[in-house]
Design a protein around this ligand. Structure first.
Ligand code: AMP
Length: 367
């Protein structure tokens, strides 16, 4: 039996959050503003989300007893990361509604299944091929061409578990270095820019998308987001339409992010979906200060069975991630006119570790 039917929460009810990072922390803060309580489940005693909730469970995701006790305390359960183990989600789902639904994780945890799903919807992606050995990699290179990007099917993030293959590279060496049994080879996309759409879908099927965001990465990690993206209105409409179709096809409840490439072409730019994140997303952090309702609040509203907000952007927004030692400048950021500083309360800065972010909103000129 599954408990994943929609249940309408009331103020004072408790949302369980799997994962204790900054996303869980910001979800819990958004829930608190709406009079909802959160209980965070994370194996890491230093979880930043623990600091902002009264009740926390520090246990492994395989700890069945801890999961059962956690579920008993919650009215609905959500997650801040996509690699929730299937067994963990199943144990929870048998006791309380898990939203977004557990079945969505099966699609989004595996790049091959995800790409097949997107393709079946008639939505464009980079050309791709399934690769399970060095021999298959050679065949895939012959089909896809070079340069190409090889990615592990599971557990890749921030550029980890992937490599660019160029003319002259040795496929056997590339395959050995990737150290995986299952991967996909993707055609290298000569994109003009990277964008994302943060979409919220309610239990009633209603979808609200934020304005399209443009994203700049540094060493494979998101560094800046700009809203709105510098693309034409019809292309932005198309991007939002793609996110809405994906959310509806997944029968999704909550917030999801769709990352896309904008590819220049003779007849204008086209869009290819790179990946789907079944959760709130770093490229949506600007909504905390730059819109009337944030991605975190939209997610909480959706899983609570409450009406979604109609997001109105306050102006031209820039979000800057504070990564690693960037955090040492937090006092400088505090005096920048119009800047809002968010620090995640993490311990020591490490290279690549997301420590906080800053939002700057330039108000729109009066019409
Ligand atoms: P991913 O882990 O799939 O989000 O990839 C991380 C980053 O690598 C993306 O944001 C792009 O900047 C780059 N990238 C991923 N796939 C491709 C591709 N097929 N072609 C060109 N760049 C890519």
């Amino acid at each position: 039996m599954t408990a994943s039917a929609t249940k309408k929460l009331k103020p004072g009810d408790t949302i369980g959050i799997l994962g204790g990072g900054q996303l869980g922390r910001m979800l819990a803060m958004a829930a608190a503003r709406l009079g909802l309580r959160c209980q965070v489940f994370s194996p890491d005693p230093d979880s930043p989300a623990f600091d902002v909730v009264q009740n926390a469970t520090c246990a492994e995701y395989a700890d069945v007893e801890a999961l059962e006790l956690f579920a008993n305390d919650c009215d609905v359960i959500t997650y801040e990361f996509e690699n929730v183990p299937a067994a963990t989600a199943m144990i929870l789902d048998a006791r309380r509604p898990v939203l977004p639904a557990q079945t969505i994780l099966t699609t989004t945890q595996d790049r091959l299944i995800e790409k097949n799903f997107i393709t079946q919807l008639g939505i464009g992606t980079a050309g791709y091929a399934d690769v399970s050995s060095a021999a298959e990699l050679r065949t895939a290179i012959a089909k896809i061409g070079l340069p190409a990007v090889i990615k592990t099917r599971r557990f890749g993030y921030d550029g980890k578990g992937q490599a660019i293959i160029r003319e002259g590279d040795n496929p056997d060496q590339v395959w050995n270095d990737l150290a995986t049994k299952s991967a996909i080879l993707e055609a290298f996309v000569p994109f003009e820019r990277e964008i994302s759409v943060i979409a919220a879908r309610g239990a009633d099927g209603h979808v609200e998308c934020f304005d399209v965001t443009e994203n700049e990465h540094c060493d494979h990690i998101l560094k800046f987001s700009y809203a709105p993206a510098n693309i034409s209105d019809p292309l932005a409409e198309q991007a939002r339409g793609i996110a809405e179709r994906i959310a509806s096809a997944l029968d999704y409840v909550g917030v999801l992010a769709v990352e896309l490439f904008v590819v220049p072409g003779k007849n204008g730019a086209t869009l290819l979906v790179n990946e789907i994140a079944p959760r709130v997303h770093n490229s949506g952090h600007w909504t905390l200060d730059g819109a009337s309702v944030s991605q975190f609040e939209q997610h909480i509203r959706a899983i609570a069975g409450w009406p979604l907000g109609k997001p109105v952007r306050h102006g031209q927004v820039t979000m800057t991630n504070l990564i690693g030692n960037d955090i040492l400048d937090y006092e400088k950021w505090m005096t920048v006119p119009g800047a809002t500083v968010h620090l995640y309360g993490k311990g020591a800065p490490k290279p690549g570790r997301k420590m906080g972010h800053v939002t700057e909103v330039a108000p729109a000129a009066p019409k």
